[in-house]
Design a protein around this ligand. Structure first.
Ligand SMILES: *Cc1c(COP(=O)(O)O)cnc(C)c1O
Length: 341
């Protein structure tokens, strides 16, 4: 489907693969788990922001912007994909970052996504974790405009109705993949943060009349707040594509039981999920988003929340680049034996 004629710059590697996780499914004793590999969208190590940016950057281009400004946590995957996309289009990229976990680990402050942002030629501006980011963004944008730049501001995580179109499209892609293969996947699990991914998926699954349940695993906000935010964005997104009545409040489920110590800090269950995917399936998750979503998925399986005979989907949203920033959480991974001939 041409997604309702919205301007779009095709850059992601699509469709992303849909693969069965045999060893993980067996380890958990069922259900059959399938993974949708949006960590493989192709742009600068991939991830879910690339689909959103196909629409957002097309909007920026249509407005003849030459500079994009965005913001996030120090290890924002969204910032990295925005910086890479801007490079591809020959635009300048300015990123405001906040060290939201207060880490002084130099790998956290300089490696992982931060290293790649610099490699892509982005300008990074640190601001205090306590600062009002909207005020900072407005001030930076104004300064750049005074220098004669045409500035386009991309919201946190690329999550507005235009960005969410990327995940309306992902839902349609997923539904067509499972229908073509005759796969009866009846539930999908994904991480949910700035809401664009879940909001877009809800709308897309509804538009496709898929009959697939969706659970977002919150990485930060308590359930009520997250569900309200997702619902509002889903309503705006449905409006944008001319299908205002396509969803109801009951379509929105965000479980906040797996946030752990807080946003951007992995708990034991998240670290276990990262190891399980790495060692059973050769797949890298991340400590901030996909690892928490996987911790939720694993716990649901262990608690028998899905029927054993069922098939469940897991949307991998990417983020493994930040493993290099969080290596302190994997202290035992530093041990290497010396050979003794
Ligand atoms: C941003 C991000 C998410 C969350 O997606 P939202 O659309 O912000 O809810 C999940 N996983 C990864 C790896 C991300 O970078």
């Amino acid at each position: 489907m041409n997604l309702f004629g919205f301007p779009r710059i095709l850059l992601a590697h699509l469709p992303t693969p849909l693969e069965r996780l045999d060893r993980l499914s067996k380890e958990l004793g069922g259900p059959e788990i399938w993974i949708k590999r949006d960590d493989c969208t192709g742009l600068s190590t991939g991830g879910n922001k690339t689909r959103k940016l196909e629409f957002l950057m097309a909007e920026a281009q249509a407005l003849q912007a030459d500079t994009v400004v965005t913001y996030g946590a120090t290890q924002s995957n969204h910032a990295r994909q925005t910086a890479a996309f801007a490079s591809k289009l020959g635009m300048d990229c300015h990123i405001l970052v906040q060290n939201r976990i207060g880490s002084t680990d130099s790998n956290y402050t300089s490696n992982g996504n931060v290293l790649l942002n610099h490699l892509h030629g982005a300008t990074i501006l640190r601001c205090a974790a306590s600062a009002d980011i909207q005020v900072e963004v407005a001030a930076l944008s104004e300064e750049l405009r005074e220098q004669g730049r045409k500035v386009f501001v991309i919201p946190a995580g690329g999550s507005n109705p235009v960005g969410a179109l990327g995940y309306v499209d992902c839902a349609l892609e997923f539904v067509s993949q499972i229908r073509n293969r005759g796969l009866a996947i009846d539930h999908l699990v994904t991480a949910t943060g700035s809401c664009g991914t879940q909001a877009g998926l809800i709308v897309g699954l509804r538009v496709a009349n898929a009959g697939i349940g969706l659970t977002g695993i919150s990485v930060k906000q308590p359930r009520a707040v997250q569900e309200e935010n997702v619902f509002n964005l889903a309503l705006e997104t449905a409006d944008l594509i001319g299908r205002p009545d396509v969803l109801t409040r009951r379509d929105v489920v965000a479980d906040s039981s797996y946030v752990g110590p807080g946003y951007g800090v992995p708990g034991e269950d998240t670290l276990e999920a990262i190891r399980m995917f790495a060692q059973l399936e050769g797949i890298l998750l991340d400590p901030v988003y996909s690892g928490k979503a996987a911790a939720g998925l694993i716990d649901y399986c262990r608690k028998g929340r899905f029927k054993r005979a069922n098939k469940v989907g897991f949307l991998h949203t990417g983020g493994s680049t930040s493993l290099f920033a969080f290596d302190a959480f994997f202290a035992d991974c530093h041990e290497t034996r010396t050979s003794s001939p």
